[in-house]
Design a protein around this ligand. Structure first.
Ligand code: FAD
Ligand code: NDP
Length: 369
């Protein structure tokens, strides 16, 4: 059984940024990149897209696959050991944390690996609807990320559709209104789930329409290799009436599923299944377990925000390990029951208080958080 100071589980921008920082800090991280974990290739969600145009440093854009290959090389260059296997089970009940892989457990079901600290960077998957035509026109008109894809030329001055009634749908529709000729939001119920403020902005937007009680039933488009979608069949759920509308873009905003299976029941999750981290940090409810990327971020879900949180996770894991290495403290390999991490600062009567160790909760004054 192998033991490492820190193991990273995942292979997207969050995982690789953490690996780059930890390997440069000479902590010899091991990164399990997965083998088609959650149905996605090692490298994560960006391996399923073409051009990434909003990752800094690439003025002409960069292929999603190429970007992830570069990150992987950078992780390896500084000494990260990358293992192409999926972690199938994780035991966080005591330290060192134990993990098992899908294909290669130790003898007698012993864990394949143990670690003093673990970084969870398993990502999330955008929900899909499996409509007829979806597979054919996925990324040829259909997207699950307006911020990522909205600016591409095929959507300019064209009728665009968004499915969903939550804050993401509202936000994405208003973002797309900058590019499309008109944006129509299809809401399956008779009301929006989005916050009142967001819903009001959407309903008042001069370039957006909302169609309630309406669902999409088929995506229609060009019948040729790499053909683009051109129309959408929609149905009113109350009257049952169907129509075919011009549509050159279809954006899903029907929620995401965070890849939380490994930690469910072991670390605190929010009501949607995202790992709860202390705001502005990567600290989970279990000491020594850090989370970064989309698995703990239900709001932004971008490559750059995942990378940023991967950096935070690495720096916090490094601090945790170095404190554990000091003579008075916990030695790696010793088995210690975990404790739940309490917030570093509290808000009292609207005022942010420092915690006894002096940490200031700067995030409380950040309007983005
Ligand atoms: P993810 O990219 O979600 O990757 C996590 C990976 O870890 C998984 O895919 C899997 O391979 C691996 N894994 C999971 N579980 C295990 C396990 N148990 N053991 C081992 N390995 C495991 N963002 C942008 O900023 N710009 C864009 O242009 C853009 N375009 C996008 C296009 C598409 C089609 C999609 C789906 C997303 C796009 N995004 C874009 C969003 C971006 O891809 C994500 O925000 C980002 O990849 C999240 O990174 P992450 O580190 O959380 O990990
Ligand atoms: P939500 O889960 O809030 O909303 C998903 C929407 O998709 C719902 O309206 C749901 O309908 C609809 N939906 C689900 N499945 C289907 C389906 N099969 N067919 C048609 N419609 C479907 O997800 P979001 O991504 O919008 O938001 C996630 C979280 O992130 C929320 O907490 C949100 O507040 C937050 N967020 C905040 C933002 C902000 O404040 N700026 C921006 C983006 C997200 P129904 O309502 O009927 O269930």
């Amino acid at each position: 059984m192998a033991h490492s100071k820190v193991v990273i589980i995942g292979s997207g921008p969050g995982a690789h940024t953490a690996a780059i920082y930890l390997s440069r800090a000479e902590l010899k991280p091991v990164l399990y990149e997965g083998m088609l974990a959650n149905g996605t290739a090692a490298g994560g969600q960006l391996t399923t897209t073409t051009d990434v145009e909003n990752f800094p440093g690439f003025p002409d854009g960069v292929g999603g696959q190429a970007l992830m290959e570069s990150m992987r090389k950078q992780s390896e260059r500084f000494g990260t050991e990358i293992i192409t296997e999926t972690i199938s089970k994780l035991d966080l009940s005591s330290r060192p944390f134990k993990m098992w892989t899908e294909w290669n457990d130790g003898p007698d079901n012993a864990p394949a690996h143990t670690a003093d600290a673990v970084i969870i960077a398993t990502g999330a998957n955008a929900r899909r609807l499996n409509l007829p035509g979806e597979e054919t026109y996925w990324q040829n008109g259909i997207s699950a990320c307006a911020v990522c894809d909205g600016a591409v030329p095929i959507f300019r001055n064209k009728p665009l559709y968004v499915i969903g009634g939550g804050d993401s749908a509202a936000e994405e529709a208003m973002f797309l209104a900058k590019y499309g000729s008109r944006v129509t939001v299809l809401v399956r119920r008779d009301k929006l789930r989005a916050s009142k403020a967001m819903a009001n902005r959407l309903l008042a937007h001069p370039k957006c329409d909302v169609r309630f009680n309406t669902v999409a039933t088929e995506v229609i488009g060009e019948n040729k290799p790499n053909g683009l979608m051109t129309h959408l069949r929609i149905q009113n759920r109350v009257s049952g009436q169907e129509e075919i509308v011009d549509a050159n873009g279809l954006f899903y905003a029907v929620g995401h599923d965070p890849a939380n299976a490994l930690v469910k029941g072991q670390v605190k999750l929010d009501e949607d299944g995202y790992i709860i981290t202390q705001p502005g940090t990567s600290y989970t409810s279990v000491e020594g377990v850090f989370a970064c990327g989309d698995v703990q971020d239900k709001r932004y879900r971008q490559a750059i925000t995942s990378a940023g949180s991967g950096c935070i996770a690495a720096l916090e894991a490094e601090k945790f390990i170095s404190e554990g290495d000091s003579p008075d403290e916990q030695k790696p390999n010793a088995s210690v029951e975990h404790s739940v991490v309490e917030p570093a600062a509290q808000e009292v009567n609207g005022e942010v208080k420092k915690d006894p160790k002096g940490a200031t909760a700067e995030y409380k004054s950040n309007p983005l958080l």
